[in-house]
Design a protein around this ligand. Sequence first.
Ligand code: C2E
Ligand code: CA
Ligand code: CA
Length: 635
Amino acid sequence: MTFNIQFQIAGIVLMILVLSLWQKEKKLRFYSEGIFGVFLWAIFFCILLDILSIFALNYEEKIGTVLMTAACKIYLISIVYVVFMLLLYTMAGIYIKKRDIEKAMCFHSIPLLVDIVLVTVLPIYKYLEGGQIYTYGAGVQMTYFFSLFYLSDALYHTIRYRKRMTKKRREQVWFMLSAFIIAAVVQMFHKELLLIGFTMAVGMVFMYTKLENPESNLDKITDTFNLYAYQEYMNKLSGTEKDFSMIGVSIGGFRFVHENFGTHNENLLLRQIADFLSGLEGAIVFRDSQTEFILIFENGLLSEKAAERIRERFEEPWNIQIMNIDLQVYLTYLPSRYVVNSADEITEVLHYFMSESKKRGAGALICIDSEEISRKKDAENTEKELQWALENDKVEVYYQPIYSIKDGRFISMEALVRLFDREGKFMMPDLFIPIAEQNGMILELGKAVFRKVCSFMKNAELEQYGIEYVEVNLSVIQCMQDDLSKQLLETMKEYEMPPSRLNFEITETATANSESTLLHNMAEIIKAGGTFSLDDYGSGYSNLNYIIGFPFHIIKLDKNMVCSYFNSEKAKIAMKYTVSMVKELGIKMVAEGVEDEEQYNTMKELGIDFIQGYYFSKPLPEREVTDFLKLRNPK
Ligand code: C2E
Ligand code: CA
Ligand code: CA
């Protein structure tokens, strides 16, 4: 009796190892993942059948010729089946659409069926040579023939569609193909070396570790799926017509956690949230970025419930150790993939609204519907118009006079940008400034505005009408530039404009975002004679540190603060104290958005220095503002 099965045993051990790892991992049920799974099992059974057939050959007398032949034939068929699976695996890396893979699979399985029929009916015989038992005959030849056929087919696909495969996948398929071919050739010449099964097993170990290890789809910290898996999964979904819904979850408040509790606790908290999200029925959870997750639901009904549950959960605190921590959640809900025109755009649209959701405030839920999509289109349109206006010099600046109570006249004005689109229609800054800030065009826009202001001031000789300085808005993004002061000073020099004739308005967001850069820039401009205002005071967090820590000459009270003064007793008290404190610090104050006499008188009584608002004038174009000043601010 001869049992030449050392290689097969080694192969089986390897396959058991790979299969047990594979079965255990969390998977995404990709189509190619499924094919790989079948491929693994096919190889396992093929090697097992190899061993069984060797036993059957040795024990023919005991089990009978029929059973022996059957065992050998099943083994032979399993070899062709394995090579067929290699072809399918190759094709799964080429075709994205499930339908295409299925079509190809049907078509290419015909030779397999033919092989099954032929091997079943054709005879095989056994013979002994050099103390080993072998099989031969037409059935064996068929196996060689059809294996070779599928190998060539796989080779053809890898060469013909190489561009459609990822590099990694291409390398793996090449590796497997060469391993199969080499093992088959070696076995053809050295019949005693039964290498095929073992080679296949080694090949699978490589494939598993390099390409198909489901762990490479996981995010190590949260144990959710990572971005790579997300892309693969979206590819899979876009290949089908099946509807699905998505929830984008952005979480705020982690900076505080990071600064106060460190990375370790931050990760624990993230893990807690990820576990909660993964526990939502029907959710497949992907980690999109540090504190953002994307949930995909193949069942739309479950997604609606999930969104509600997430919102509710974030109303409660989370805890690390014994601390309770409040986190903010911003949700973006895509109820159906068909809200978006093409599958390729889904991720882009989702990300767009995820960043929008943060602007809409904590607990906000944006439901991406046709209305939101058209709003997005409007924003894209605005971006195009903005580009056009910049390229075609359609940027204009309006001026809103600022009244000094002490002097009883207008001593300054705020420069406010206006754009005209291709149809000559007016575009308001609230619409295009946020967009310009997002895409960086604000830098160019800021420069254009500042040139216009300097040029107007120079030509109109505004000082003769009593205008001592003009206030110019600087965006957060402008304030992040190292050389901002240099740029501004150069432009002023070009227009022979003394820096003392300019005041720059900055918001709290700018001071919070680029403290050291901003302080340096402010110092340079102040040294040259310029001044700064803190804009929109009272609209955000109104941190007193900014007033104390930055060299502001003026604080501008936001129009909402002015309004709320009349609505609430508390706001009244807060305002009174703010004004007296700011005055004591030697800083001047402007009340913005003053619309009527009552407001004007109240601000005056409070001791505010300057008034800006529709009560005196709306922002006016160059010509009109000069006329206004001529009339109201006589020499
Ligand atoms: P802001 O700096 O707070 O400007 C004051 C805004 O209040 C202006 O809106 C002005 O027209 C409006 N306003 C003035 N008086 C009244 C009033 O009595 N009642 C009401 N309801 N509103 C009044 P505008 O011109 O639409 O500008 C909006 C925002 O766009 C500005 O808010 C500013 O943040 C930004 N912006 C405007 N021009 C520029 C610019 O050249 N550069 C930058 N970076 N931002 C600008
Ligand atoms: Ca302003
Ligand atoms: Ca303001």
